[in-house]
Design a protein around this ligand. Structure first.
Ligand code: NAP
Length: 250
């Protein structure tokens, strides 16, 4: 069967809720041992781990604020200590602080750049060494269609998400010869806690602009990420895969 992950070890950042949770569950379903990273929500992360272990899979929760370099390094070390190797890194953790540039504070800017972009540098920096040693690795970074198309009220978020794309393409060039692929998944509108803050009017506008005429699910993002993490995706690197019902065709 396609897309199996038996024998692989994965870290999913921000896996306590939303899209990251769905990725962790799908990875485990396909046979991977999963490190379920979270920031503040220990109970939710434990629930994800329990769901995986109850179904016969392997998973551990690891607390780390991935916007912090030292904590991201500790996360990768915890994965290596627990499972002995690291095959897959998914940089999914992210946050928003939406406001117009006119009213955006320096703190709003820094918080989103650190949580959404610097976190990707932090985790990749720590993960790349063991992957190079193993001459094997899959890195999947979660961007957003907002990083491709822009969105008023999200200059900080769009900059971080567009930054992830440039970062990933560059890293893909650096690591190709080491048999490590680096790809980006850019979701469209997926109802989660992150999108709860949007007004009904904003949601209807997105729906109208989406050719498939509906919002996506966290599971539909997880399927795309799982494919890129699998052996079948061995010749794909530096790609940006939109999972958005056709909202942004780039
Ligand atoms: N939902 C969408 O429509 C959409 C669209 C495009 C892209 N995305 C991207 O998809 C990713 C997941 O989004 P989501 O909608 O699933 O969001 P969510 O439901 O708000 O979940 C965010 C997750 O990230 C974790 N997190 C936040 N800051 C962190 C940090 N500094 N260190 C470690 N973990 C951190 C949270 O952990 P705690 O639970 O412990 O706080 C939580 O597990 C994000 O990168 C987001 O930008 C989402």
């Amino acid at each position: 069967m396609m897309g199996q992950l038996h024998g692989k070890t994965a870290i999913v950042t921000g896996a306590s809720r939303g899209i990251g949770r769905a990725i962790a569950l799908e990875f485990a379903r396909r046979g991977a041992a999963v490190v379920v990273n979270y920031h503040t929500n220990a109970a939710a992360a434990q629930e994800v781990v329990d769901a995986i272990t109850t179904a016969g899979g392997r998973a551990i929760p690891v607390q780390a604020d991935v916007s912090r370099f030292d904590q991201a390094s500790a996360l990768v070390k915890a994965a290596l200590d627990a499972f002995g190797k690291l095959d897959i890194l998914v940089n999914n953790a992210g946050t928003t602080r939406d406001t117009l540039l006119m009213t955006m504070s320096e703190e709003d800017w820094d918080a989103v750049i650190n949580a959404d972009l610097k976190s990707v540098f932090n985790c990749c920096k720590a993960a790349v060494r063991p992957m190079i040693r193993a001459r094997n690795g899959r890195i999947i970074n979660i961007s957003s269609v907002v990083g491709l198309a822009g969105q008023g009220g999200q200059t900080n978020y769009a900059a971080a998400k567009a930054g992830i794309i440039g970062f990933s393409k560059s890293l893909a060039k650096e690591l190709g010869a080491r048999n490590i692929t680096v790809n980006v998944v850019a979701p469209g509108f997926i109802p989660t806690a992150l999108t709860d803050v949007l007004s009904e009017e904003q949601k209807q506008a997105v729906l109208k602009a989406t050719p498939l005429g509906r919002f996506g699910t966290p599971e539909e993002v997880a399927y795309a990420v799982s494919f890129l993490a699998s052996d079948e995706a061995a010749f794909i690197t530096g790609a940006v895969l939109t999972v958005d019902g056709g909202l942004v065709m780039h």
